[in-house]
Write a protein that binds this ligand. Structure first.
Ligand code: ADP
Length: 171
């Protein structure tokens, strides 16, 4: 059996000692608020310079940059869906963010990866629904891909952490 772990951490994703962090970016990839702003501030201006060369990112897709001043060597920028009530493919688009980010990580040889709670901030995706998708996709991916050793769900507040712990404990 491969030795793989899914962990829930309460804290700041910019401080995590992992090979890659996932950024909940917007389609411009040129920075924003929330976790995106925190990652750009912590990584430094070189990050924005590299992002300018990428020509944006579609919702549900993911793109790679270096981590610059972060402890992480890499940043995987993914664009979650804005919540519009659930009938505009939000579930599938969010699932795709996780799948594409995980696939990009393994392709790059990354073994340890940290996710924020994509789309659950300004983008308004209901937290528990998003958490179920995140947990389902990461678990399914790890079953098929043994190169990833550790996946962290980094929760910025206690409410988010409690939700992840509850969903992970359910099945
Ligand atoms: P989105 O636009 O995808 O909804 P947000 O950045 O608004 O993205 O929120 C996504 C999640 O990231 C929220 O749970 C928010 O509290 C959290 N968050 C904000 N800053 C950080 C940070 N520094 N580290 C980890 N999570 C963060």
């Amino acid at each position: 059996m491969p030795d793989q772990a899914i962990l829930v951490v309460e804290g700041d994703i910019t401080k995590q000692e992992v090979e890659a962090v996932v950024n909940a970016a917007n389609t411009s990839l040129l920075g924003g608020g929330g976790v995106d702003g925190a990652i750009h501030r912590a990584a430094g201006p070189e990050l924005l310079a590299e992002c300018r060369t990428l020509q944006g990112c579609a919702t549900g897709d993911a793109k790679l940059t270096r981590g610059y001043r972060l402890p992480a060597s890499w940043i995987i920028h993914t664009v979650g869906p804005v919540w519009h009530g659930g009938a505009q493919h939000e579930d599938e688009l969010l699932a795709r963010c996780y799948r594409r980010s995980l696939a990009l990580a393994t392709k790059t040889g990354i073994r340890t990866l940290a996710f924020p709670a994509i789309s659950t901030g300004v983008y308004g995706f209901p937290l528990e629904r998003a958490t179920r998708i995140a947990v389902r996709e990461v678990r399914a991916f790890l079953e098929e891909n043994y190169s990833l050793e550790r996946v962290l769900f980094v929760c910025f507040d206690r409410n988010t952490r409690d939700c992840y712990q509850k969903v992970l404990a359910e099945c």
